[in-house]
Design a binder for this molecule. Structure first.
Ligand code: NAD
Ligand code: MG
Length: 385
């Protein structure tokens, strides 16, 4: 029985992780869940899966949940200490990190230190603290199993070929809802339009990141850390149907790609059942229904999210944190309707230009960079959060 803790259980990846666990209840179970504040759903999940512990970040919400669960033996903890306690709990073998944003850094480190394997969805943690978590995982002998569909595809294409040299990683992207549009056409697009993703149903933050191509930028950095490849060997390819989830090209020219329906439960499940492929709730691909597979190059002029991320990782040190923190801020206020779509890029560029790079930032320094960027943005763009 694989015992799983789901950090961010009420979100898109979290609920789909629980779908997978429900389907394979003979070989896996959920022992703990954590969320930000959606306690109605967390209560339902806690009761259904009979977890031992629920961590709720929001103190007031945690207090209410404690009362709601008073008739059970389920323990409720709160705040960052609560998330960390959940990640360290002795009853768990693996933590699915499905929380959104770099707030996942401390819980992820706590889980690795406690010897838990990580099914990693929370890419912002890998992007900002990859230089800490990857060596730490190696030192502790824990596995970091990718949940992001592209990274799951790359991971699968790498199986059994440890002695072969990679020529390129081909990281695919759908191009998002605004693919094909030009800058002038993006001036007045709303958050609602940006949230209508053509091929994937995901949480709001990553959906906006997909529209700006920041998501692909974060994924290039994530791939660099997860697979230890230089960024020059990672090429982004637009594949609008989201059928090819990514590929690895070897030295002889062989390209091994992973294909499948755009259903995150396949990637989540593989991280939980690796190296075995088990039946999945996802509807299988029907090749007869496929009209074709298209490919294109990314439009870096219109969507500078990707080249800015590549610059950030080339600069290294704390620059990916500056890129990510500015984006987290801009993404959030765009969703609130406070800035325009194109301003997201201006805010990231401005904060990267101002940022004084720290060569190998500690966790405290990473959060100090985020605080500084939040304070600057708040001052400049008004008290809108
Ligand atoms: P989401 O917004 O749907 O869910 C986020 C979850 O994190 C929720 O359960 C929320 O309660 C929890 N959370 C937020 N702040 C918290 C806090 N302070 N303390 C505790 N919990 C908190 O997000 P999502 O789309 O599921 O994405 C989660 C992560 O997975 C992100 O890093 C995203 O980039 C990555 N990812 C998502 C998808 C997808 O299909 N949704 C695909 C690939 C990668
Ligand atoms: Mg992805």
């Amino acid at each position: 029985m694989k015992r799983i803790a789901v950090l961010g259980s009420t979100g898109s990846i979290g609920t789909q992780s629980l779908d997978v666990i429900r389907m394979h209840s003979d070989s896996m179970c959920a022992v703990a869940i954590a969320c930000g504040s959606r306690i109605d759903l967390a209560e339902k999940q806690a009761r259904e899966f009979g977890v031992k512990l629920v961590a709720v970040y929001d103190e007031a919400a945690a207090f209410v949940l404690k009362i709601k669960l008073a008739d059970t033996d389920i323990r409720v903890v709160s705040g960052m200490d609560g998330l960390i306690e959940m990640c360290r709990m002795p009853e768990a073998d693996i933590v699915v990190t499905a929380i959104v944003g770099m707030i996942g850094i401390r819980p992820t480190i706590a889980a690795i230190e406690a010897g838990k394997d990580i099914a990693l969805a929370n890419k912002e943690t890998c992007v900002t603290a990859g230089h800490i978590i990857i060596p730490l995982a190696r030192e502790k002998g824990v596995q970091i199993l990718p949940v992001d569909s592209e990274h799951s595809a790359i991971f699968q294409a790498l199986q059994g070929r440890a002695d072969s040299k990679i020529r390129r990683i081909l990281l695919t992207a759908s191009g998002g809802p605004f693919r094909g549009r030009k800058k002038e056409e993006l001036m007045y697009v709303t958050a609602k339009e940006a949230l209508a993703h053509p091929t994937w149903s995901m949480g709001p933050k990553i959906t906006i990141d997909s529209a700006t191509m920041v998501n692909k930028g974060l994924e290039v950095i994530e791939a660099k850390w997860l697979f230890d490849v230089p960024v020059d060997k990672i090429e982004v390819v637009i594949q609008p149907q989201s059928i090819i989830h990514s590929a690895v090209e070897y030295e002889d020219g062989s390209v091994i790609a992973q294909m499948g329906p755009s259903d995150m439960r396949i990637a989540i499940q593989y991280a939980l059942t690796y190296p075995t492929h088990l039946p999945s709730p996802a509807t299988p691909l029907d090749f007869k229904m496929l009209k074709g597979l298209e490919f294109d190059v990314p439009d870096n002029e219109t969507f500078p999210g990707l080249p800015m991320a590549v610059n950030a990782v080339r600069t290294g040190g704390s620059m990916p944190t500056a890129f990510n923190a500015a984006n987290e801020w801009a993404n959030a206020i765009f969703r609130q309707g406070e800035i325009s779509f194109m301003q997201i890029f201006d805010i990231i560029a401005e904060n990267m230009a101002r940022h004084k790079v720290i060569p190998s930032p500690t966790v405290d320094e990473i959060f100090a960079v985020q605080d500084e960027i939040d304070a600057y943005c708040m001052e400049k763009y008004g008290n809108v959060l």
